[in-house]
Ligand binder design. Sequence first.
Ligand SMILES: Cc1cc2nc3c(=O)[nH]c(=O)nc-3n(C[C@H](O)[C@H](O)[C@H](O)COP(=O)(O)OP(=O)(O)OC[C@H]3O[C@@H](n4cnc5c(N)ncnc54)[C@H](O)[C@@H]3O)c2cc1C
Length: 553
Amino acid sequence: MPINASVPRTDLGTHVVFNQGEALVDVNLFDGDWILSALVEAAGGAGHVERLSHFGARTGSEEVQYWGELANRNPPQLRAFDRFGRRVDEVEFHPAYHALMALGLEAGTSSIAWTAPRAGHVAHTALLYLLTQAEAGVGCPMSMTYAAVPALRKQPEIAESWEPRIAAARYDARCLPAHQKGGVTLGMAMTEKQGGSDVRANSTVAVAQADGSYALTGHKWFVSGAMADGFLALAKINGEDTGLSCFFVPRWRLDGSRNALELQRLKDKMGDRSNATCEMELREAAASLVGPEGRGVATILEMVQHTRLDCVTGAAATMRWALSNAIWNAQRRSAFGRRLIDQPMMRQVLADLVLESSAATALAMRIALAFDRAADDPAQGLLARLMTPIAKYWVCRRATPVVAEAMECLGGSGYVEESPLPRAFRQAPLNGIWEGSGNVIVLDTLRVMQREPEAVEAMAQFLLAWLPGQAERIDAVLIAFRAGEPTRARQCVEQLAVLLAGASLVELGLEALGSAYVNNRLAPVAATSFGAAVLDSTLTDELIEWGALESGK
Ligand SMILES: Cc1cc2nc3c(=O)[nH]c(=O)nc-3n(C[C@H](O)[C@H](O)[C@H](O)COP(=O)(O)OP(=O)(O)OC[C@H]3O[C@@H](n4cnc5c(N)ncnc54)[C@H](O)[C@@H]3O)c2cc1C
C-alpha cells in the first residue's frame, strides 16, 4: 500500500503541521502537461492521444509512483547459482519492477514505433517520457528492445523470428527460451574493460562453427537489462583485426539449453538502481552474425541512433518530473507571507526551468518526427543524423543543473530521500554517459559535419526555415564547425543545439518559447544559472501557467 494512503494527523500536541507541500500524485502526466500534449499533436501524434492520456493517468497515479520508489529502494539481486551450485545466471527483481515493466511494455513503449501505421516514433517517445516520470530505470531495457529492431533487420531471418516477439507488446519475466514466451526484451553488449568509447579495442573473439553459427569468447564490462532474452554484441571474427562484427547472442541455445553467458556481478550504481547492469563473460556463447562481417560498428549504430533519441527523451522527462515537483511545491508552500509561486524571483527561476524543459521536450519530439518521416522523405533522415547526437549532447548536459535547481525550489525537503528529487538527481547524469559520452558525441558530430555534407545541408535548411532571423548566426556556427577545430567543437555543438531546439519549438507551434530560448541562451552575456535570464513578464506568466501540471484529470 502506498506510504501516504492513511489520513495523517496534523495536530501533534507540540505543534500543528501546516504550510507543508503534498505528494505530486494522482495527476495525469499527459493531459495535465499542456506542453507535452501540444508537442505530440504538432508532431503528428494526434492518433495516439487516447493511449497517451490513459498511460499518463496510470504513470501519474499514486500506485505507479509508489512502484517507482519501491523498485529503487529494493534493487535487483544477482543469483548466479542455484542452491545446488549449478549456474543459472539470473537476476531477481522486486515485484514493483515487474509491474513497471509490464505497464510500459504492454502500453507499447518498445513496440509501437514498429507497429503503428503513423507517428510510431512520436508515440514511443511520449510513452517513454511518461514512464520515466514514474521510474527511469525500466526505460533502459525498454529502450534497447525498441532500438534493436533496425539492427536486427540487417539480418532478415533473425528479424523474422524476433521482431514479432517485440511487436507482441507483452512482458514475460520468465527465464525461458524465447519461443516459449509471450514477449521478449533485448540488450546491448558493447563496452569492455579496456575500451568503452573506443570499441575498436574490444577483445571478444568469434569463431565460426560448422553449422554457420559462431561461438563468442570474452567479456563485457557493462550490460544493462541483464535479464534480456538476447543481446547484440560486438566481437572480432577469429580475433583478427579485420574490423568488428555484430552478433546476436540469445539467452538460450536452439537446443533449449542455457547459453554460456555468465553474469559475474551487478554494478552498484549511483542511480538507475532498479535496472540490473551486469558484468558478463561469454564462454563460447552461441551467436549469429548480424549484418556484414567486419561492419559491426555500422550495424550496431543503427541501434545506437535510436537509443540516443531515448537518452534525449529520458533526460527531458527527468527534467520535467523535477520541474513539475518544483512548481507543485511552490503552489502550496508560503514564505514571508506569500506563496512561493507568487514571489517574483521564484517565478523567474520556475519560468526559466519551464523554458529549458520545453526546449528539451521539443528536441525529443522533433527527432521522433524525423524518424517517422524518414522513410518517405530522405531529408528527414539526414536531419536526424545530425540532430540526434547534437540533442543527446545538449539535453543530457542540461538535466543535472535543471534537477539541482528544481531540488532547491523545494528547500531542505527536496534534499531528503523521501522526496523524488534525490532519485531524479542521481539519474540525471547517466544519459550523458552511456550511448556515447559528451566528447565522443561531439567527435561523432564533427565527423558527420566533415564527411556528410548533405546532412549539414538538411540541418541548415531546417534552421533557416524556422529561424530566418538567425541566418547570420547559423552561417557563422556552421563555418566554425566545418573548420573541424576540436577545441571549438563543444561550443559549436552547444550553439547548434540551442538553434535546433528553437527551430523545433517554432515549427511545433510554440513560437514565443522558441525565440525566447534562442535569444536567452545565445545572448552575448548569457546567464549561467536558471532564473538569471530576464524574461519578459507576460512570457514568465505564460511559462508558469503552461508548465504547471493540472491535477485531477
Ligand atoms: C549505468 C550504466 C549502464 C551501462 N550499460 C551499458 C550497456 O548496456 N551496454 C554497453 O555496451 N555499455 C553500457 N554502459 C557503458 C557505457 O556505454 C560506457 O561507460 C560509455 O560508453 C563510456 O565508455 P567508458 O566507460 O569506457 O569510458 P571511456 O571510453 O574511458 O571514456 C572516458 C571519458 O573520456 C572521453 N573520451 C573518450 N575518447 C575521447 C577522445 N578521443 N577525446 C576526448 N575525450 C574522449 C569520454 O567522453 C569520457 O568522458 C553502461 C554504463 C553505465 C554507467
